[in-house]
Design a protein around this ligand. Structure first.
Ligand SMILES: [Mg+2]
Length: 122
């Protein structure tokens, strides 16, 4: 793993294998029950949310705040890592999950009905 890797060069299986290896090397698989992984994922999402608690920041304000942006990046990574652990534990193919869900979303929210910024839960 190298610090100059980026989204254009890496596959999902790379991330899945990195997380799997990290967990295995520390003998943490015993803690990776589905419940624990879902709760950890929620906690990391809450940590991301906490960074914005009682603040009304525009995108530009976030982008110009180096420390905040670094913290946001770290919490997003934590969410992703626990999501990957959950995917690994359930032996899911994340690409397949994504493609199936996007297909359903396109059917549920057709552009003919949702083409002017309207949103309502269906
Ligand atoms: Mg965190």
């Amino acid at each position: 793993m190298s610090l100059d890797m980026n989204d254009n060069e890496v596959t999902l299986s790379f991330f899945k294998n990195e997380v799997k290896q990290f967990v295995k090397e520390r003998n943490w698989k015993k803690y990776h029950t589905i419940k624990n992984l879902i709760q950890a994922l929620q906690i990391e999402a809450a940590e991301l949310s906490e960074l914005f608690l009682f603040k009304e920041l525009s995108v530009n304000e976030v982008l110009s705040n180096k420390e905040l942006l670094e913290n946001v990046s770290g919490e997003i990574a934590d969410v992703f890592i626990y999501l990957l652990s959950l995917v690994n534990e359930l032996d899911l193919d994340l690409t397949n999950s994504f493609v199936n869900k996007m297909k359903k979303n396109r059917q549920k929210y057709p552009t003919k009905e949702f083409n002017n910024g309207n949103y309502y839960k269906k």
